[in-house]
Structure formats: C-alpha cells, structure tokens
Write a protein that binds this ligand. Structure first.
Ligand SMILES: [Zn+2]
Length: 247
C-alpha cells in the first residue's frame, strides 16, 4: 500500500510512533505517584466512592451529572483542524440543536406545524436526533459507514452521544480517533447537504451515494490538512483502518 513506499511513508510511521510515545509517556506519568507495598494485597477500588464502594445509584448519579461536562467537551471537540471551518461550525450548531431542522423551524414559527415531517418520508418529526441518527433512510448511512470501516456497533439515539461513541469506537487505539472524528463530521455534513438537495432541488436520497461522498470528502479533508498523507484514495476506500494506523 501507499505508505510502505518512499519517503512520505517513513514520515507517516514516525508520526504514528510519536503518538505511541505520547501514550507511553502518559502511562508513566500516571504510575509516578504509585508506591508498591509488598505486604498489601491488590484489590479493586471504586474511585467514585472509595468508602462504600460501587452502587448502581452512585453510578447513575455520576452518569447523569456528566451530561453538561460531556456537552462542553464535545462542543469544543468538533473544532477540528483537519476539517473545513464551515463544517466545524455546522457540527457545533448541530450539537447545540441550532440548525434549521423542520421541528426547529416550526418552533420559531417559520413554517406551519403540519410541515414538520422528515424529508426521508418516514412519517417522523424532523428533529436533529431523528434526521441524523434515528431516521430509517438517513440513519442507515451509519451502518454502511461501520461496514466500510469494518465494525458493527449499536449507537445511542442522541447526536452528542453518537459523536462520542463513534469517535472512540469500541476502544480502537487513540491514533484512530482523529480519523473517526473526520469521518463523523463528513457524515453529518453530507447528510445535511443531501437533505437540502432533496428539499430544494428534488434530488433523490440514496444512502449508498451519501457514503461514497463521505469517503471522498473525508479523504480530501485529510489529504489537504494532514500533510504528508501517505495513502491514496484507493487505500482509504479499501482499507480505512489500515490508513488510520490500526493493524
Ligand atoms: Zn426520517
């Protein structure tokens, strides 16, 4: 494949090694404060409540109180140097539910309440969560994308949690996260454009066509902002995980 040949492949590998070195450094820093004691038995400790230990109630409280922090982290995360600013801006507005979906337009009295149905003709109200995740038509893009990457996954129904889960797909190494974020941003951007083409140009929506555009957009963004890139579009199209450095 492309990155096994020539000088650019060498630079690409050095970049991967640098990422791995960062991970080792982080691990060493975490262990710096650990003192090993021969006479003490190892045991698990629930850090959220070291005294009483694990409880479902405590875990529920932790998870529900995380929402605000998670939203702040995700909102900052979409400002990604590998994608065009207009795409990050769109994703930022999407995560804040500030894009002009039909349900939002009804809420602002721009269109009539009976005009709030999804453009995918599934009969559901067009909210952001529905359009990008729950819709039978547009939502199927994610299954096709996972198939392309080589993954199967059950995703949550909210856009924010979907972004978090997708960009950290089931424990894939950190080296892949930037690529997964680019793919996610390319997906929501392309879905929105296709949705608008359907409304304003009577275009027919084809999830397979959307996925091909996601592959192309993500590659173009990576190749123009992630210099030097050491794989071709064909490599990206055929073996995205290998291109991400996951072997
Ligand atoms: Zn729909």
């Amino acid at each position: 494949m492309g990155w096994e040949e020539g000088g650019s492949g060498w630079r690409w590998r050095r970049r991967l090694w640098a990422w791995e070195e960062d991970g080792v450094r982080e691990c060493v820093n975490l262990l710096n404060n650990v003192t090993l004691q021969e006479n003490l038995q190892d045991h698990w400790r629930w850090l959220l409540d070291p005294i009483h230990g694990y409880s479902v109630r405590g875990t529920y409280r932790f998870l529900t109180s995380m929402d605000d922090q998670v939203i702040v982290v995700v909102n900052n995360d979409v400002w990604h140097k590998l994608v065009p600013t207009k795409v990050s801006l769109f994703a930022w507005r999407l995560l804040k539910d500030r894009i002009p979906t039909r349900s939002n337009l009804v809420r602002r009295h721009v269109i009539q309440p009976n005009e709030n149905l999804c453009v995918g003709r599934c009969g559901c109200i067009e909210t952001a969560d529905h359009l990008f995740i729950g819709c039978d038509l547009f939502g199927s893009v994610w299954f096709l994308i996972c198939h392309w990457i080589g993954f199967s996954c059950v995703f949550p129904g909210s856009v924010t949690n979907h972004y978090l889960q997708f960009s950290h797909l089931a424990g894939l190494p950190r080296v892949s996260h930037a690529f997964l974020k680019v793919i996610w941003l390319a997906c929501v951007w392309t879905i929105w454009k296709e949705r608008n083409n359907c409304i304003f140009k009577n275009a027919v929506i084809d999830p397979y066509n959307i996925v091909e555009k996601v592959k192309m957009n993500s590659f173009l963004w990576l190749s123009s902002n992630f210099v030097p890139i050491a794989f071709s579009f064909h490599d990206w199209w055929r073996h995205p995980l290998l291109c991400m450095g996951v072997v």
